[in-house]
Design a protein around this ligand. Structure first.
Ligand SMILES: [Fe+2]
Length: 468
């Protein structure tokens, strides 16, 4: 026999007393959003009880904190309590729902939010306190630099609360802002004001920031700051080449408009595994042709580039070098013998990982040859623009670049070939999240669904060999 849910009801008087005593609890208001907006119990969070909530949010709700569900008449909430209890949650519902509630109500809707773009401009602001409320293992896997982790299960813990500086601008963070919303309401019940990061880490992973990197020909570096992915727009006269465009493609239209330039070529260095290339979308938007490596397999139509080929644009020239090792068809591009765009082969602090296609040893040997016989043979003052940067790398005035001369100091680049291969093969780095699906999209094998991109790209970039 299932237990009657009556024993999990809470009277308005008892709820009011608990609230006055500031007892730890999460309040979820399940009514329609308009009704919630018109008036709700202070501290309650508007919640939608649908399959997505059940599948994604429910497992994340702490089991050590009491939950109280509120609806209009106590009927649906009683059923939901039974379901939540089957997940091991300490759930209760307001007896008779809001019809029975005679105490004060507050008006309003969602908590205040900060957009990912606004936050990106405030990252260095010492008055901003980033509070990530995910579980510690999720936090240690990937986080916004400078953020502090207090899991939602500890949000009522006096010791945790005491760590939160009340004189700072607090931003609560989670994957999609659901848990952050709960945290913001919970903090408000402790007298702490905070704002949620709108669209959470998924939104954060989509912010693109453009910085002028070089002049003559001009290079504008466009960074996906949540992932450390880098793309480049090179402008010569009024022609613009975009290398490794990131999603969403519209950003590049903005960049070239400001420069009064026209996109003439869209080029990828290789089939990316950790982020979605927007080459196809940018090509659709601009009519500019798309160029891909002829040494990789594609299910889309494009122009294909081979080793030694040259592409003229404006007054400039882009020269193709085949640099396998990260992927078999990886290409690097030398522009006007001044800059080299190295994709995921040579980074500022590291080198690319060769193991995404399960042939680590063979790829590591190719990587060695690409680095030593091709890239490191370029003039020492050639400016290197990779497609990623690691978390530990600092920019110079917002630009992530280095020179061939400086990269020669990477310890791994001073090893003999055999040792190099062994070292590279021995390093195991977790693979990028969703990498197989991302490869399929970039290859053109499955269509890109725009709304899927933030979730697909959530997480760090993992194309380099960290610590090497
Ligand atoms: Fe890559």
């Amino acid at each position: 026999m299932t237990k009657s849910t009556n024993e999990f009801e809470i009277t308005p008087e008892d709820l009011n007393n608990s609230l006055e005593k500031n007892e730890p609890m999460f309040l979820f208001d399940l009514r329609l959003q308009d009704m919630y907006k018109e008036g709700h119990i202070d501290g309650s969070v508007h919640a939608v009880c649908d399959t997505r909530t059940k599948d994604t949010l429910m497992p994340k709700i702490p089991k050590n904190v009491k939950l109280v569900l509120i609806d209009e008449d106590g009927k649906m909430s009683a059923e939901t309590v039974a379901m939540m209890r089957s997940f091991g949650l300490d759930a209760y519902y307001l007896k008779g729902g809001m019809k029975n509630w005679t105490n004060e109500l507050v008006k309003g809707s969602l908590p205040a939010a900060i957009s990912p773009e606004e936050l990106s401009k405030k990252l260095q602001d010492p008055n901003v306190y980033l509070l990530d409320v995910r579980d510690p293992d999720e936090f240690s896997d990937y986080n916004i630099p400078g953020s502090i982790n207090i899991p939602l299960s500890e949000i009522f813990d006096p010791e945790s609360i005491s760590k939160i500086p009340q004189n700072k601008e607090i931003v609560t963070i989670c994957p999609h802002s659901n848990m952050a919303t709960i945290a913001t309401f919970a903090l408000a019940r402790n007298g702490i004001k905070s704002r949620i990061l709108k669209d959470g880490l998924a939104g954060w992973s989509q912010v693109l920031n453009a910085v002028n990197a070089e002049e003559n020909p001009k290079v504008i570096q466009v960074e996906k700051i949540g992932k450390g992915c880098l793309s480049h727009v090179i402008i010569s006269k009024n022609d613009a080449i975009v290398i490794d465009p990131l999603y969403p493609a519209e950003k590049y239209l903005e960049v070239v408009k400001q420069e009064c330039a026209k996109i003439t070529h869209i080029i990828d260095t290789h089939q990316h595994a950790d982020h979605v290339s927007s080459a196809q979308q940018l090509s659709n938007l601009t009519g500019a042709p798309m160029y891909e490596s002829n040494l990789e397999e594609w299910d889309r139509t494009a122009n294909f580039l081979d080793d030694g080929q040259e592409v003229a644009f404006g007054n400039s020239k882009l020269r193709v070098i085949h640099t396998p090792g990260h992927t078999p068809g990886s290409l690097s591009y030398v522009v006007d013998e001044k800059y080299v765009f190295t994709g995921d082969i040579l980074f500022i602090e590291s080198i690319g990982r060769p193991d995404l296609r399960d042939k680590a040893e063979e790829f590591a040997a190719q990587l060695y040859d690409s680095l030593h016989n091709k890239l490191l043979k370029l003039p020492p003052n050639t400016v290197v623009f990779p497609t990623h940067h690691g978390e530990s790398v600092t920019s110079t005035k917002g630009v992530f670049s280095t020179t061939i001369e400086k990269t020669k100091q990477h310890e791994i680049l001073n090893l003999p070939k055999e040792e190099f291969v062994q070292r590279v093969v021995d390093v195991t780095v977790p693979r990028p999240m969703n990498y197989q699906k991302i490869i399929q999209i970039n290859k053109g094998s499955i269509p890109l669904v725009a709304s899927d991109v933030p979730d697909l790209e959530l997480g760090p970039n993992r194309c380099s060999i960290a610590g090497v």
